[in-house]
Design a protein around this ligand. Structure first.
Ligand SMILES: *Cc1c(COP(=O)(O)O)cnc(C)c1O
Length: 369
């Protein structure tokens, strides 16, 4: 272990660069502390907490410019539980999956293992790229807007009559999406929404809701916790079927209001993300010992940057030194197994802190060299 002390004035003000859980804005946390006494520990069936849920739902409608007939559904369990819900309540017979990293792969495994479904139709690509959606003989097209494990974006759109179901977990709130291109857009709240884990939000089109009702009428057994009919009915009353983390709801609502107040629209947030991303990838391209992992610039994520380091510089060593200084969680995705930095640039993460991050990496690399 090399013992290096990064000069304090170089360090970012906030050292949280993890891709999930990700930085919670201190202002949002302070707000939670200020209003929390009246909310935490109170019934999620009463108006106070339901008001926060409704505030979140309303904020989503505004930021994403959702069509009036789309519903904002909330469910406990995060994106991982939602995959099981999709397999139980939305996929009729067969799903088309695009596998280009850890998270897209995990959902494909869920439908693969579901004995009531046909084997999924899987199109895979090497990590670092993403397959384009293409027509399939399936009733669900399962897309991943931003593959968090590799920092790759997938284009979103309709290619056939199947329901378009998009994992937007690390994209939501920072990458543009046209809701009318999508039937279900779902995301956990501990990434772009700068809240905590355990809750999933899903925008659902009338066709998606009709599919849930149709599957519900079939013979299929649906465990209650996974039943999207329960999630939909409760969300209409600004509730969840079982008890949510109230602090997560409040933090996500705070983040939404902050995004709306600061950037106005989703396009406004996305512009801000593009500026931060251009600085990050430009930096990587300008250093002889760094390269953006994603070769196609149009697929590079503005939310999570993956940067390969030259063999002679150990990303583990760089990350260890950074961690000792409170600059946290920029390790590459472990299963990808590359000599890589993975840096979250979510809306809550300040451009100036990303600047400082790069100054620190430059400094460490120079000292190690
Ligand atoms: C983090 C992540 C998930 C898993 O979210 P959980 O809340 O941990 O279930 C799923 N998909 C993507 C794209 C993610 O980034």
């Amino acid at each position: 272990m090399v013992d290096l002390t990064i000069p304090a004035e170089m360090l970012p003000k906030d050292g949280r660069f993890g891709s999930g859980p990700s930085k919670v804005r201190p202002e949002a946390l302070a707000r939670l502390a200020a209003i929390g006494d009246g909310l935490l520990g109170t019934s999620h069936r009463q108006d106070r907490v339901r008001g926060q849920v409704a505030r979140f739902q309303e904020g989503c409608r505004q930021l994403f410019a959702l069509p009036d007939d789309y519903e904002v559904v909330l469910a406990v369990g995060g994106a991982t539980a939602f995959w099981d819900s999709l397999a139980a309540c939305v996929v009729e017979t067969c799903a088309r999956h695009y596998v280009f990293g850890e998270f897209s792969g995990k959902f494909a495994t869920v439908t693969q293992r579901a004995p009531w479904l046909d084997d999924p139709d899987v199109v895979a690509s090497d990590p670092g790229g993403a397959p384009d959606p293409s027509p399939a003989d399936a009733d669900v097209q399962a897309l991943t807007h931003n593959e968090t494990s590799t920092g790759v974006m997938q284009p979103i759109g309709r290619v056939d009559d199947a329901l378009v179901v998009v994992d937007g977990t690390s994209a939501a709130g920072g990458i543009e999406v046209d809701p009318s291109d999508v039937d279900i857009y779902y995301f956990s709240l501990q990434k772009g929404f700068a809240a905590e884990g355990g809750l999933v939000a899903a925008f659902m089109s009338p066709a998606a809701i009709a599919r849930v009702e149709q599957v519900r009428r079939s013979e299929r057994h649906i465990p209650t916790f996974l039943d999207l009919t329960e999630a939909i009915t409760n969300s209409r009353k600004a509730q969840t079927y079982n008890t949510p983390s109230v602090s997560t709801v409040v933090l996500a609502a705070e983040q939404l209001d902050w995004m709306l107040a600061t950037f106005g629209t989703l396009e406004g947030v996305a512009d801000h993300q593009r500026v931060k991303a251009a600085a990050m990838y430009g930096w990587a391209e300008s250093r002889p010992w760094a390269t953006p992992f994603v070769t196609d610039p149009t697929r590079r994520s503005p939310m999570v940057a993956t940067i390969d380091l030259a063999d002679e510089i150990s990303a583990d060593q760089v990350n260890d030194i950074l961690r000792n200084h409170g600059v946290l969680d920029t390790d590459g995705y472990r299963k990808l197994g590359r000599n890589q930095l993975r840096v979250a640039m979510f809306p809550a993460i300040d451009a100036s802190d990303l600047d400082a991050y790069r100054v620190c990496v430059d400094w460490v690399v120079e000292q190690l060299g």
